[in-house]
Design a protein around this ligand. Structure first.
Ligand code: ZN
Length: 476
């Protein structure tokens, strides 16, 4: 969320003396009623799956990322690039802080400046620890400028999948779910802190840097091109991208009015990106189901290297080597379901993947392919003894985030819910979900409560059977 209810302290010339006095009193008698109790912001936001993800005590409002990137020398390998960044972060203290953290992994910080003054800082494996002086009172808006950099590699998540700033032969694939943004910028790396972003990405002339939102422009000087992107919509950090490579940009306006920018690697056969032409029709289809497209723009990146999956990077979905029709639909539907409404904790991931998978089932039915009912039947045809049913969809564990049941049992749950409450209530629920929680985050409990409110039914038994139990539902 961009804003929380905190008291803002406005320091003007006339009040400086009073503020100085208050600070002196606070340090002389910490803990007196009405005086700040300065503390260190926690090193995580409290997500049990990823204890170090995000940071307590701060709310980032805006990131301006100025990145200078040199891809590897193509021959000989190793696939290692060089990244130098300056992150200008506007943040609000949500507690009285004498120390706070940002997440950063594998890159070295040169300097930290808070409100114009150089600050002490230190680093551990995942944390950049900043000690602001003067200390930050709750409600204070600070500008934090961090110069950092280092060698980029091909990082892996806890399951061994490539993620984060993944160095490629001609650039980098940047896809960071769930906690990989810390491999490329200092960040409050949890969906509960959404922010606006802007990017200035400088790469060797001839390469293209593709980020979220709108392309503001590019300029070339002395063999380098700087690409400027503006992403004003609130965005969870894992959905930010700054993908670099050989790309051809294709801009057009979809039937619903959404500006589209696709970036396709020309090394790929045209057939690998042909399904992107269906984006306009899909936008119209999903707007009917979920309401207006929530962001300033859309588009795709199709790279000739692979992380082994596609990701719904906000406003610009990423595809590894191929954009199949079902995956194009899946990643587009995520813009409403996952990106605009994001998981409150990572255990709520089925609300992303179940909705996106169910969306591709409905798209298939819409274009004369297998119906949603047929996809549901295929899922439910698995034998009750299969280990498939053992995963608890609403609590799959950090190693089960992207397991099959989170996607297909999640989608089957939505289809069963549609049967339980009827089409009118189900699609009303979908729209209300986006209206109620768009721009923020929501949990499985929130979803159940809204489903009960919209349908007027007690759905506790339903949700227990479908998403909170590690066995096959026996009836539907
Ligand atoms: Zn997905």
């Amino acid at each position: 969320m961009g804003f929380r209810r905190t008291t803002r302290v406005v320091v003007t010339g006339a009040t400086v003396a009073a503020v100085v006095t208050m600070a002196a009193v606070a340090q002389a008698a910490p803990g007196d009623p009405g005086q700040p109790r300065y503390e260190a912001g926690p090193e995580g936001v409290g997500d049990p799956y990823f204890p170090l993800a995000g940071n307590g005590g701060i709310d980032v409002l805006h990131y301006a990322l100025d990145l200078d990137y040199l891809p590897p020398d193509p021959d000989p390998a190793p696939l290692e690039g060089t990244l130098a960044g300056v992150a200008t972060i506007e943040l609000r203290a949500t507690a009285d802080l004498d120390q706070f953290n940002l997440d950063l992994r594998g890159l070295d910080v040169e300097s930290v400046v808070v409100d114009g003054k150089a600050m002490a800082h230190s680093q551990t494996d995942n944390e950049l620890i900043i000690t602001p002086r003067p200390k930050l009172k709750a409600g204070h808006d600070a500008t934090v400028v961090i110069a950092y950099g280092g060698t980029t590699i091909r990082p892996e998540d806890i399951e061994g999948a490539l993620y984060g700033w993944v160095t490629t032969r001609d650039g980098a694939m940047v896809v960071s779910e769930p906690d990989g943004s810390a491999t490329w910028f200092p960040v409050n790396d949890h969906p509960t802190d959404k922010s606006s972003y802007e990017f200035a990405i400088t790469v060797p002339e001839g390469l293209v840097a593709v980020a979220n939102g709108n392309l503001v422009g590019s300029s070339t000087d002395a063999g380098s091109t700087t690409w400027h992107w503006d992403a004003p919509d609130p965005m969870a950090a894992y959905l930010a991208t700054a993908t670099v490579g050989d790309f051809v940009l294709d801009s057009y306006v979809a039937e619903n009015g959404t500006p589209i920018i696709d970036a396709v690697d020309p090394a790929l056969p045209a057939s690998r990106s042909a399904n992107l032409a269906k984006t306009g029709a899909m936008l119209t289809f999903f707007e009917e189901l979920y309401g207006p497209y929530p962001f300033v723009s859309y588009g795709a990146i199709v790279d000739d290297d692979s992380v082994g999956y596609a990701l719904e990077t906000q406003t610009r979905s990423f595809f590894s080597r191929n954009a199949s029709e079902g995956t194009v639909a899946h990643e587009l539907a995520h813009q409403w379901m996952g990106n605009h409404v994001s998981p409150a904790q990572w255990s709520d991931i089925w609300l992303n993947e179940g909705w996106a998978t169910y969306s591709s089932w409905m798209w298939s039915e819409n274009v004369g392919g297998p119906t949603a009912q047929q996809s549901f039947d295929a899922t439910m045809a698995r034998d009750a003894s299969s280990s498939y049913w053992a995963i608890i969809v609403a609590d799959p564990g950090p190693y089960g985030l992207f397991s099959g049941p989170v996607y297909t049992r999640g989608a089957a749950t939505l289809h069963a819910l549609r049967g339980e409450i009827g089409d009118d209530a189900f699609f009303d629920l979908a729209k209300q979900w986006v209206i109620e929680y768009g721009g923020g985050t929501a949990s499985t409990d929130d979803f159940q409560a809204l489903a009960e409110s919209v349908s007027g039914q007690d759905l506790d038994a339903f949700f227990t059977i479908w998403v909170r139990t590690g066995s096959k539902p026996t009836s539907w």
